[in-house]
Write a protein that binds this ligand. Structure first.
Ligand code: ATP
Ligand code: MN
Length: 463
């Protein structure tokens, strides 16, 4: 007897073999001739396995009234070619064992379609639906593909710390980590005395592993981090989470164009790989979530990304005649509406914007010869907007220190980061890709809360 997952049973070329399959009942149908048909799913595939049960099967009479949607069963039976349309095989049960029942009156996931808002409230059950099963299988394939991409190119996977005492952006929005009594913290001179806190200074959850990534890039060579990232920005949008997963490659001896080349081939490769590894789930998204998603992804795989300087982008936005909520002028950060206009309406393909004004970008980005722009790049994709932010890093000690001062940071606080420019400094570059933004791109889902198992957003950290 072979113990098979539903996915394995459905793909099996051997028939007339005895199998043992276990899973949850999606639906049951009873025929007048005393047969029952179960649709069994164990999460291994989108498609269910049909189980045919004759009235005389061991365990059937006893359990029949509990064989309802959501209940868990073990089926032993014979795998046979199916006469029914739309499926190659089915199992003819010889015995049924019942694990847990699911009260038909109370089980929230009955056959009807539920709204994503409702399913968010039952995040412990939503992975049992077709849509969320597909989403989390695709997310798994995506993570695997990301590791493959870097591993096959000799990049070293580095685990950057989650608790940190430095602020990678110098831009706040961090969650504090403390063991001090919030009601009565120790005070000196009217300030909280963090020397008495767990780490002896103020600590937070990381907003980026980049600075640590640079340490490893300038020692082990090409490397990447892949971990959870936390931002306490109170922006309740469909594209921001307070806890999200970020992939941050960092490469020594890379200039900005090398960085763009890597980012582009990275996105095109992982999209192609997920399409190839999850054809069923992807077809489902194309049918039920966004009927243009496969065509959009093909377009991304097959065509070069457009590269455009920030200055050129601003010129286009200022003269295009489109009505924007926020007006555009050189020196201001682009809003989501501007990015979406460029990538969706104007060009209809991914765009890499580069060379942004120094005033709106972080201290570590390399200053260009013109003195007013830095070697920053953002990758924008249709349907999502910004998916990657990156830059060539400032490798010149004097320029870095003056940029830090300009941004109100104390170089002493970043002494180890500054040291990398003191000892064997090299041109280097890297970027950050938001995993959940790629998930939006791949699935056509429109709310980032629906592509992470348990979303954390302002006022919400349930489950
Ligand atoms: P945005 O402008 O969209 O808020 P950002 O410029 O603050 O993003 P970066 O600091 O450049 O983001 O981070 C790198 C990448 O991480 C982004 O391109 C995006 O894919 C992802 N990302 C950033 N913030 C979030 C968030 N709050 N939730 C989910 N993904 C995020
Ligand atoms: Mn960014």
């Amino acid at each position: 007897m072979q113990r098979l997952k539903v996915a394995q049973a459905l793909k099996s070329t051997a028939v007339e073999i005895e199998v043992d399959v276990r899973g949850w009942i999606r639906t049951k149908r009873e025929s007048k001739q005393g047969f029952a048909f179960l649709e069994l799913n164990d999460g291994s595939s989108l498609a269910n396995l049909q189980v045919v049960i004759e009235g005389t099967v061991t365990g059937f009479a006893e359990h029949n009234k509990h064989l309802t949607t959501g209940s868990a069963v073990r089926i032993i039976g014979v795998l046979k070619e199916s006469p029914a349309a739309g499926q190659k095989v089915e199992v003819h049960a010889t015995s049924i064992e019942l694990y847990g029942t699911a009260d038909a009156e109370k089980y929230p996931l009955q056959k009807k379609r539920h709204s994503f808002e409702f399913l968010r409230e039952i995040a412990h059950l939503r992975p049992r639906t077709n849509t969320f099963g597909a989403i989390f299988r695709v997310r798994n394939a995506l993570c695997n593909s990301i590791h493959n991409f870097f591993q096959s190119r000799g990049f070293v996977y580095v685990n950057s710390p989650i608790i940190t005492t430095s602020d990678a952006e110098g831009a706040g929005a961090m969650f504090q980590v403390t063991t001090l009594d919030a009601a009565k913290p120790p005070m000196v001179d009217g300030h909280i005395d963090y020397s008495q806190d767990f780490f002896g200074k103020r600590a937070s959850l990381t907003v980026s592993g980049q600075l640590e990534g640079e340490i490893f890039a300038t020692s082990l060579g090409d490397c990447y981090t892949f971990g959870p990232t936390f931002r306490a920005e109170n922006s309740n949008t469909t594209r921001h989470l307070a806890e999200f997963w970020m992939i941050e490659p960092e490469m020594p001896f890379y200039e900005l164009t090398d960085n763009m080349d890597l980012a582009e081939s990275f996105i095109r490769t992982i999209v192609a790989e997920v399409l190839a590894t999850c054809p069923e789930d992807m077809a489902f998204f194309n049918e039920r979530i966004d009927t243009t998603i496969l065509a959009k992804l093909r377009n991304i795989i097959d065509n070069d990304f457009l590269r455009l300087s920030y200055t050129e982008a601003v010129e286009i936005l200022m003269t295009c005649g489109e009505k924007f909520e926020y007006s555009v002028k050189w020196g201001t950060d682009l809003q989501s509406e501007h990015e979406r206009y460029l990538t969706e309406k104007k060009f209809g393909k991914p765009i890499i914007l580069f060379d942004y004004p120094r005033e709106i970008k972080s201290f570590y980005m390399r200053v260009n010869e013109d003195g007013r722009t830095v070697r920053a790049m953002d990758v924008l994709v249709p349907g999502v907007g910004e998916i990657i932010g990156g830059s060539q890093r400032e490798e010149r000690l004097d320029v870095l220190i003056s940029r830090m001062q300009e941004c109100g940071l104390k170089p002493e606080d970043y002494w180890w980061y500054v040291d990398l420019r003191r000892y064997g400094s090299v041109p280097h570059s890297g970027f950050g890709l938001g995993l959940e933004r790629v998930m939006l791109l791949l699935t056509g889902m429109t709310n980032i809360r629906d592509v992470i198992p348990f979303p954390r957003t302002p006022k919400n950290a349930d489950f």
